[in-house]
Design a protein around this ligand. Structure first.
Ligand code: G3H
Length: 540
């Protein structure tokens, strides 16, 4: 392991030409009211999870550049631009015909695609995501936008007809809610942010967007595309410390929709600042401690393969990651042996290393936190089973397979959000059921087994506990047309391509008595195209 760690971080010359970065990027630009402003105030240093060896063999963390630390007043200025562009629902954007809003988003998508290479490179450097997954994140986000446009067209087609009920003629359309504040997480700084940002925009809301705490610079290549694709004030991009900027935005009471992916504590603290809670709609993706449950009758090879990627893809830094494994005592020895073999085959390296499976972690203090969890588990009787497990160098932490884990350990309860795999042996399934029932989280779980009676019963047991039950498969968000949500402290609201359009809008009904004069009036409005809302236009 020492040899592996010694050779982990490269020298600058060893980085393939295509993935090198030039001089540090001093990013001072932010977007407010259709203009890129150049921030003259303090900057935050942006560090990479990647360290490099210098000529003496010393390893130093790479400084990628800096990003603006806007103050509360500047953030409030961005909010005012969004409020103004919304103009109490009378602005050009919220009243625009759907087909035209779609054209703006399509224009943005075209410009965004041009930045693929720059964004993918920064995803690698800023959060340590490997090349394949960084490309996947970018492409999946573009696909999400395409699917969102398709879903809105479909929604609009269905709303283009009038309905007649009990002598009342009505047309029901979805209308925007107001100003949305969109904030994403550092593990999917592009994708997860855009899964709220794009639906919010396309439904006619105006937006203030603050990038995640890591993955900040990668938004820079998109600022011109945002500026040029939407009317002034419709999308505003700010930077800075959340407690300074976001707290001020929420306390102003001018945010109508709060789209946030992060911890439930941060979400609760921010929601509490809003002076009119009933006027705030929230779309939240929060903490999770998804269990994988391995039953005695099981296809072990599949269970191991899914549990390994479920627990360790992107170093376990996914909200959907399998964060604790309960394995029946009849199969636990075989499971652990196979798991170790598969784990040993994961390749550590830099994000651009071909075939790399384990990369450095972006969060400062994370290695200490993970070491603390391991020490605590060891102190309560667990062992690290895999050779080298838990060893670290700089920002890199080699995964630790912890066994046997029990309720006295912190890792049994805490969301590690990193490369730790706690395995709990069980005899009585009730202990596992109780874990799920008593958990503060309720995002997803995975069941691994082949006995239909047992799986059927467990599906019924857990259907009211989590948002998704995966059978013989790891937990995951996709496909993006499926609902993504959670119970308890894990989420508020449901996201998917279709659901997000509903989350960022409200149904509005225009109704009239079905009488000749009213029929004539409605016909005239439609024929003369006197309303954007009352229309039978059909978007192809
Ligand atoms: O971090 C949470 C993400 O929503 C997980 O998405 O399951 O596609 O990795 P994923």
């Amino acid at each position: 392991m020492d040899r592996l760690l010694d050779s982990l971080f490269p020298t600058a010359e060893e980085i393939p030409e295509a993935y090198r970065l030039g001089a540090p990027l001093e990013q001072r630009d932010y977007l407010v009211n259709g203009q890129l402003h150049h921030w003259q105030g303090p900057l935050a240093t942006v560090r990479s999870p990647v360290w490099l060896k210098d000529a003496d063999g010393d390893e130093q963390q790479v400084i990628l550049g800096s990003a603006p630390l806007l103050d509360a007043d500047t953030a409030l200025g961005a909010l005012d631009a969004a409020v103004h562009a919304y103009d109490k629902g009378r602005g050009a954007w919220p009243t625009m015909r759907v087909a035209e809003r779609i054209r703006h988003v399509e224009g943005f998508l075209g410009r965004m695609r041009e930045q693929r290479e720059a964004v993918v490179k920064l995803l690698m450097w800023e959060i340590g995501k490997n090349l394949k997954d960084a490309e996947k994140e970018f492409d999946r986000t573009c696909d999400y936008i395409v699917d969102t446009i398709g879903a809105l067209k479909e929604l609009d087609r269905r709303s283009s007809r009038f309905e007649l009920e009990q002598d009342t003629l009505g047309q029901i359309r979805r209308a925007p809610l107001g100003v949305a504040l969109c904030m994403g997480p550092y593990n999917y700084p592009l994708n997860e942010t855009f899964t709220t940002l794009i639906p919010a925009l396309i439904m006619g809301n105006t937006v203030v967007f603050k990038p995640a705490k890591f993955g900040v610079l990668l938004i820079r290549p998109l600022l011109e595309a945002f500026r040029d694709s939407f009317p002034a004030g419709v999308i505003n991009v700010i930077y800075g410390r959340g407690r300074e900027t976001v707290s001020a935005l929420m306390a102003s009471g001018k945010v109508d929709v709060f789209a946030f992916i992060g911890t439930n504590k941060a979400a609760s603290d921010l929601k509490k600042l809003h002076p009119r809670p009933h006027r705030l709609r929230a779309a939240l993706g929060l903490d999770a401690k998804n269990p994988g449950i391995v039953l005695p009758e099981v296809d072990l090879d599949n269970a191991v393969s899914e549990a390994l990627t479920g627990a360790l893809s992107f170093n376990g830094q996914r909200c959907t990651a399998l964060k604790i494994l309960f394995v029946h005592e009849q199969v636990v020895d075989a499971f652990l042996e196979k798991f170790q073999t598969r784990l040993a085959a994961l390749k550590p390296g830099m994000p651009w290393t071909p075939g790399v499976g384990l990369t450095p972690l972006p969060e400062p203090g994370k290695i200490d936190y993970l070491n603390g969890l391991v020490d605590d588990a060891l102190g309560h009787g667990a062992r690290v089973l895999n050779p080298g497990g838990g060893q670290s160098r700089g920002s890199f932490f080699y995964p630790a397979l912890l066994y046997p884990v029990n309720p006295a350990m912190r890792v049994y309860h805490e969301e590690q959000f990193g490369p730790l795999v706690p395995v709990v042996p069980y005899r009585d399934l009730q202990t596992v059921i109780d874990y799920v029932l008593d958990s503060d989280f309720g995002q997803q779980l995975s069941l691994f087994g082949t006995n239909s009676k047992e799986i059927g019963l467990l599906v019924d047991t857990f259907a009211n506990q989590v948002g998704r039950i995966n059978i013989n498969a790891q937990c995951q968000r996709g496909p993006d047309t499926f609902p993504f949500n959670g119970r308890k402290n894990s989420a508020e609201g449901t996201l998917s391509v279709h659901d997000a359009l509903r989350t960022f809008s409200i149904r509005t009904l225009v109704a009239t008595r079905f009488q000749d004069a009213n029929k004539q009036l409605i016909s005239d409005i439609i024929r003369n195209r006197e309303s954007s809302f009352l229309t039978t236009d059909y978007i192809f």
